[in-house]
Ligand binder design. Sequence first.
Ligand SMILES: [Zn+2]
Length: 276
Amino acid sequence: MRRMKFKVGVALLMSLMGATSHAQAPATLTLTRLDCGKTTTLADISRFSDVAAFPGLSIQLTFSCYLIKHGNEYLIWDTGNPMATGATPAPTAPQSSLIDQLSQLHLKPEQINFVGISHYHGDHVGQVASFPQATLLIGKGDWDAVSDAKPNPAINSANFSAWISGGGKVEPLPGDKDVFGDGSVIMLNMPGHTPGHHSLLVKLKEKGAVLISGDLAHFRENYATNGVPTFNTNRADTLASLDRFKQLATNLHATVIIQHDARDIDKLPAFPASAK
Ligand SMILES: [Zn+2]
């Protein structure tokens, strides 16, 4: 009888300790900006506006990717431009690969649990094949296009062969996705630029909420005026997504980062430092 009481007491104590330590230690969350291509100046931005806004405006476009550390788990958000190949490399090719940048953080590609892709355009999926062991998180509309038996050649299907072949885990997302299950990192369903386009919300402890655009907007002028690029797949969806994103930004007092806008990038510390 005494032994039984002791056992029950120990079990109760352990469960209380477990509950306490769990409540006191949410997973540490950090956000690190990665370089995913050289900044370029666009003198002709006519294709970024289907209402011929901004004649004569030139814009500095940059290419950025992000590393989110959640406890011992990692998410890469977007994989940028491909590395230079051939005799005439693209002027926007990155100087340093994602793998090289991760190695500076003492991380191996096998440690990346998730690769989140905002959308299927080439400057966001250029290095996705470097992470075949990661679970691919991608909007269902984009996954359907990428994995189509006869994909559009403009959609970079070959980059996804590890997952299309059935070798890698993929989660096509019809809506939002709470990546780590605790509400701290959420892929937001923001269709319109492409059918399955997503943005990313990261709720940091010190910096607060950070909203990372994907290509919901490419630069501040288009974001401010609800501009729609000529090459988006759905105009009405784009406007609805912009409305949702802006209301979230207001309600969460979020820092908004437009991934392609060179002026937005300094809202996060320079690599290898991270926001907390
Ligand atoms: Zn795009």
